[in-house]
Design a protein around this ligand. Structure first.
Ligand code: SAH
Length: 224
């Protein structure tokens, strides 16, 4: 039985996840209890599975958060710019915020305004320093990540995590990768398993895609 966040982190480590100590420490600092729905029974908070967070959405399973953090660990260095598309509960956004500190920045984009607001409250409860100051480490934007919300700037990102499944590879997001950057994104049909894809942009701008594993995510809603 996983009864505390520390138990969960120990379990993930036993499974060979959260490989780098700095990633383990960042994950350990962000307790899952602040990010699951308040109605979640105590015995379920640290179970390694997705949990409902409202609006028919889920906080991803801890092992998927851990897998994506391990894959993005080198890009999530202090000072890095990162993007969390479909940031939902805000859990991964907060861990990413710790990893890019000091000096870095993470933007979480969540389609549902009430989930976006809830995630800000969760981050404030767990990691208030990530939201503090004139240039906070973490910013949550409510809106459609594929629908223009990211197009108001030419910013590019060292690390992009996409927490919902795209029907096909979104070129808009590939363009947002900085040279040397990496994106982890599930791609595939809504009613199937999808493939978690690793997209690397080389320093001279070439794109390399690598399929990693089959996964099951809620759909990334494409704007019409
Ligand atoms: N990593 C998050 C995953 C949440 S589920 C977590 O563990 O909490 C995926 C989220 O993507 C949902 O909250 C959903 O509302 C959001 N989403 C789906 N399509 C989107 C889009 N086009 N733009 C922004 N967010 C989107």
């Amino acid at each position: 039985m996983l009864e505390s966040h520390a138990d969960l982190v120990a379990h993930l480590r036993e499974e060979g996840r959260l490989v780098q100590d700095r990633v383990r420490d960042a994950y350990l600092a962000v307790d899952r209890k602040h990010f699951v729905d308040t109605s979640t029974p105590r015995g379920f908070i640290y179970v390694d599975s997705p949990m409902p967070i409202g609006n028919e959405q889920t906080i991803s399973a801890p092992h998927m958060h851990a897998a994506c953090l391990d894959l993005l660990a080198d890009q999530l260095h202090p000072g890095a710019a990162a993007l969390d598309v479909g940031s939902g509960s805000g859990y991964l956004t907060a861990v990413m915020g710790r990893l890019v500190s000091p000096g870095g920045h993470v933007i979480g984009v969540e389609k549902w305004p009430d989930l976006a607001e809830r995630s800000v409250n969760s981050i404030r409860a767990s990691q208030p320093e990530l939201l503090a100051g004139e240039a906070p480490t973490v910013t949550i934007k409510a809106g459609d990540a594929l629908g223009g919300i990211l197009e108001d700037s030419d910013a590019q990102y060292d690390a992009i995590h996409v927490g919902a499944a795209a029907a096909s590879m979104p070129e808009k997001l590939v363009k947002k990768l900085a040279p040397g950057g990496r994106m982890i994104i599930p791609v595939g049909g809504q009613h199937d398993f999808q493939t978690l894809q690793c997209v690397d942009k080389t320093l001279d701008g070439q794109i390399r895609e690598q399929p990693l594993m089959f996964v099951r995510y809620v759909p990334l809603v494409e704007s019409k």
